[in-house]
Design a protein around this ligand. Structure first.
Ligand code: NAP
Length: 304
């Protein structure tokens, strides 16, 4: 017999664990499925300094706090990959790589994964110089030259972090303007070992036993430039991964689950929370807020 829960949550990031806290405190039986480790994207952030009420905390500690709080309230966390979910007469069947479960309501909090540059053979360089997580892999490049690709807050924060112990950091961006916050740009401009390489297209990754050079093309002059680096940190945003739920909910053209601020999807009983849904602002605070909204909406749905 399959296990049955009031609410099954897919994803144990900030949105999913926040939803678990609210649902468990409302007296519901809750199972959170997570295919990797709990915490989601925030575990890779060295310092969270913009969560209201907490002046400074590491991303790892923040995630640990969420996990402890959710499980302390009785929510279960199962490290299984959800393969599909289907509606049945009075709820949902959720299939994972570990079994089959029944749920009265579903909260999709699948977050988003790192966007690749889309360069030929890019995946073959992962572990050989190309990384999508400066906090995880930056220490391997102490006293070496590295590059960061991207112009958003993540890229700027990564470049600041790496400039503290790498000999040189090139910030490579496809436009002349950076999208990230001005104060982060100012910090970077004040660092002598940081160089901005703007308005360029990534052309080629080169090296024998590992990355040695990144070739970029200046968009204005068309000239190529060879940048000697041992590491390239790609920080060009995230992409959602919601294809397996397309039978249940509507996805927009980028693959985000279509849902409003009430976290309700087109399917009754299915709610979307956090970075996986259509929204303007993807922050820790908005993910946590979505978790609360989705959980309370799911509780209301179960009462109806
Ligand atoms: P982002 O803000 O979406 O920025 C992505 C960057 O990558 C943009 O500069 C974009 O260029 C570039 N890009 C996108 N696709 C590309 C491609 N195919 N090739 C080359 N460049 C590409 O992503 P993010 O920096 O990961 O941040 C995500 C969200 O988290 C944002 O809302 C951000 O503010 C937030 N965040 C906040 C903090 C903080 O507050 N401390 C820290 C990290 C992230 P264009 O600019 O040309 O579009």
């Amino acid at each position: 017999m399959s296990e049955t829960y009031d609410i099954v949550i897919v994803g144990a990031g900030t949105a999913g664990l926040s939803a678990a806290i609210y649902a468990a405190r409302s007296g519901k039986s809750v199972m959170v499925f997570e295919q990797m480790s709990y915490g989601g994207q925030i575990v890779n952030t060295p310092e969270v300094a913009n969560y209201p009420g907490i002046a400074s905390i590491s991303g790892f500690d923040f995630a640990q706090g969420l996990y402890d709080q959710a499980t302390g309230l009785g929510a279960k966390v199962g490290f299984e990959s959800v393969l599909s979910a289907h509606k049945k007469e009075d709820g949902f069947i959720v299939k994972t790589d570990g079994g089959e479960y029944e749920a009265g309501a579903l909260i999709l909090a699948t977050g988003a994964k790192n966007r690749p540059l889309g360069m030929e053979h890019e995946e073959e360089w992962v572990g050989a110089g190309v990384s999508y997580c400066a906090t995880c892999d930056g220490a391997f490049f102490k006293d070496r030259e590295v590059a960061v690709a991207g112009g958003g807050n993540t890229a700027l924060e990564d470049a600041i972090f790496l400039s503290e112990y790498c000999s040189r950091v090139y910030l490579i961006h496809r436009r002349n303007e950076l999208r990230g916050e001005k104060h982060l740009q100012d910090v970077l401009r004040g660092r002598e070992n940081v160089e901005f390489v703007l308005n360029v297209a990534m052309k080629e990754l080169r090296g024998r036993d590992g990355l040695e050079e990144v070739v970029v093309t200046d968009k204005e002059t068309g000239e190529d430039r060879v940048i000697p680096v041992a590491g390239l940190f790609v920080a060009i945003g995230q992409m959602p991964e919601n294809g397996r739920f397309a039978n249940l909910v509507n996805l927009d053209d980028k693959g985000y689950i279509v849902a409003g601020e009430d976290c309700r999807t087109a399917a009754g009983g299915v709610f979307a929370a956090g970075d996986c849904r259509t929204k303007e602002v993807r922050q820790l605070t908005t993910a946590a807020a979505d978790g609360a909204v989705a959980a309370l909406a799911a509780c209301a749905y179960l009462r109806e």
